[in-house]
Design a protein around this ligand. Structure first.
Ligand code: K7E
Ligand code: CUA
Ligand code: CA
Length: 640
């Protein structure tokens, strides 16, 4: 077999591919115009292999020497693997996966009682859900920068939001949003809109993408469906309030002053088919006036929907005609926008066009003026609406006034200058706002820069999540990895530094300086109510048919070398790892009982099962811990 990359002319191959997709788009093959939610199945397969990118000229060194540590953390959504991933950058090494919505066999997530409690179970004790689709992840803020407390991640399938504790890098709470389907965008607020002392995240905003009957019922007339924008309390993880809107929500952004949250909207038409959803020339970017919404909730101006007790305020057009009392502002933006991002200078939200080749820059001060009755025409809040290329989706920032927008159809990143775009829009046609373009491989969705949506945007690295990787990696059968590409943006020109294959399929991610988190690598016994603090407390404790087995681990032994239960017992086994040395994790597996989980240093975990099979079962340590790891066992004898 010949190597295709050798026989193809790099230039024409790459161009041919782009032209094919552009032509398809221009010809109105709308099925091919797809964003990340809806991949064009046919397009890539019919195009020639594109060449390897030319070697990067200059650019930062991403090849860390053995033992060298990365300087940035990246938190990546895992897509429909349902997890969150932790990458080190610039190396691109995957350091960790944090299970949240779906089971994980290494950790025993979904096996232990503690993880099942976080995940949610049905009356029979089984997990309520074992699938999820994570898209967006963002972290908590203080003073406009990440504070290392929490990160949040969404599950689009089951409308759940999970919180990750960034001290232990574990999921500790999951909330399901009531009356929401297709929960998509997510963004924490950056401070309180009223209380100046609260300069940190206390709310997380969540966009509901699919309109549904409220309350849900088998109603076919889709013009009666509506969507909700939800606010979740960052600490309690309870849903504080929801806003009923016309149209739908997609991505979410928040202002640095805490006053505004926004969502882009592509289905202003409230269509049920894509043809209808793209029938209007313009859709919207919605701005939520957080202080007014909370005042309305306080004043009791809300209803509830179905069995949910969450206050729902009315954000529809009909109820928001007077700007001075409006809860929501609907800013008109071009056709089926995707992505809304907050610039680190705190002044603008950028909405990407998707089906329009434009990016729209909205000035936040002007939106606030409109709410105060000082700006007559809300359209005047748009300070730039300029062409950048085909299929703009998401935007990142370098803190030097430049924005970087992914062009899905062009397979490019366009670097453009926000102030120059504003000048151009105002009539100065000599203002050159496009600064640079870079081919990426291929069809990029999300993009983010180091520290991008913080006041500390540092303009060093840019990562881009390419939805197709085609010829970039060794073939492994039909399922291709995605390609997370790393780009140096410290100079005038973008420089492609590295390709990283990732298992499908990440969407959003954030990149931040490593010193913003202070991870703990050993638990405290007090973190767990069930902790067995002394191995002498070990034993088998019977209460009728309910049996509790208490055990500890200390390399290379479990405190109970054997334990006996009776057939039919409901056994709860509690294991505390008394090893307090960093990196000394044990596992605990019970053959034929579908049990395996780990206990990290000073961690406690428990499992409950029915001892339904009599016999001898060698419970063994599954995590390599010691020279006598293979010998680290306990024996469960289930008496008939
Ligand atoms: Cu563009 Cu779900 Cu953020 Cu994917 S969404 S790329
Ligand atoms: Cu304990 Cu392996
Ligand atoms: Ca539309």
């Amino acid at each position: 077999m010949s190597d295709k990359t050798e026989v193809l002319n790099p230039e024409t191959a790459g161009m041919g591919r782009r032209r094919f997709i552009n032509t398809a788009a221009i010809a109105g093959l709308t099925v091919g115009i797809a964003a990340c939610n809806d991949k064009p199945a046919a397009a890539p397969a019919t195009t020639p292999a594109a060449p390897a990118a030319p070697a990067a000229k200059g650019g930062a060194n991403v090849h860390l020497k053995p033992g060298e540590l990365d300087t940035y953390y990246g938190l990546w959504s895992g897509g429909h693997t349902g997890d969150m991933r932790v990458l080190g950058l610039p190396s691109g090494r995957e350091i960790h996966r944090i299970p949240c919505f779906v089971p994980d066999a290494l950790v025993g997530w979904g096996v232990t009682n503690e993880s099942k409690k976080v995940m949610g179970t049905k009356a029979d004790g089984n997990l309520r859900y074992t699938v999820a689709d994570t898209h967006h992840t963002h972290a908590s803020y203080k003073d406009g920068n990440y504070d290392g407390r929490y990160a949040w991640i969404n599950d689009k399938i089951n409308s759940r939001i999970a919180r990750i504790r960034l001290d232990y890098f574990v999921c500790d709470k999951i909330t399901q949003l009531p009356n929401v389907q297709g929960f998509h965008g997510i963004f924490p607020d950056k401070r309180d809109p009223v209380d100046a002392a609260i300069n940190y995240t206390t709310r997380v905003f969540c966009g509901g993408e699919f309109s549904i009957p409220l309350p849900n019922a088998p109603i076919e007339d889709h013009t009666k469906y509506r969507s909700l924008f939800s606010c979740v309390d960052a600490e309690t993880m309870e849903v504080r309030w929801q806003v009923l809107i016309d149209g739908n929500c997609d991505l979410v952004a928040t202002s640095f002053d805490g006053k505004l949250a926004a969502t882009n909207q592509y289905n202003t038409e409230m269509g049920a088919k894509y043809e209808d959803m793209m029938s209007a020339e313009r859709d919207a970017c919605l701005f939520y006036n957080v202080a007014r919404i909370e005042a309305a909730v306080k004043a009791g101006k809300f209803k509830t929907i179905g069995a949910s007790k969450v206050p729902v305020v009315d954000g529809t057009h009909e109820a928001n005609k007077d700007p001075k009392t409006s809860l929501v502002a609907y800013v008109s933006v071009p056709k089926n926008p995707h992505g809304v991002n907050a610039s680190p200078d705190q002044k603008y939200f950028i909405c990407a066009g998707k089906l329009s080749p434009t990016v729209t820059t909205i000035e936040l001060a002007k939106v606030l003026d409109w709410f105060d009755g000082k700006l007559e025409n809300l359209d005047d809040a748009i300070v730039a609406e300029v062409e950048v290329g085909l299929g703009p989706l998401h935007t990142a920032f370098d803190g030097r006034g430049n924005a970087y927008t992914t062009l899905f159809l062009d397979s490019q990143i366009v670097k453009w200058n926000v102030e120059a775009a504003i000048k151009f829009h105002a009539g100065d046609k000599s203002a050159k706002y496009v600064v640079d373009r870079l081919d990426v491989h291929y069809q990029p969705g999300h993009i983010n820069a180091s520290q991008s949506e913080t006041i500390a945007a540092d303009g060093k690295y840019l990562a881009v999540g390419c939805k197709f990787s085609k010829d970039r990696f060794l073939p492994v059968g039909p399922l291709h990895p995605e390609n997370e590409q790393l780009i140096d943006i410290s100079g005038d020109k973008m420089v492609l530094l590295a390709d990283h294959p990732v298992r499908g399929e990440p969407h959003d991610f954030i990149i931040f300086k490593r010193d913003l988190v202070k991870p703990k690598q050993v638990y405290s016994l007090d973190d767990f109510p069930l902790a067995i603090k002394d191995s002498k407390e070990s034993g088998v404790f019977r209460n009728g048919k309910k049996v509790t087995v208490k055990m500890t681990s200390l390399a290379p032994a479990f405190s109970l070398r054997e334990f006996k239960v009776k057939k039919g017992d409901e056994v709860t086994l509690i294991l505390t790892n008394l090893d307090k040395i960093e990196d000394l994790t044990h596992g605990f597996a019970i053959p034929n009982y579908n049990v395996n989980f780990i206990v990290n240093p000073l961690e406690t975990a428990s499992v409950t099962f029915i001892a339904d099979q009599p016999g001898v079962f060698w419970c063994y340590c599954t995590h390599f811990c010691h020279a006598l790891h293979l010998e680290m066992r306990s024996r469960m004898i289930v008496e008939a």
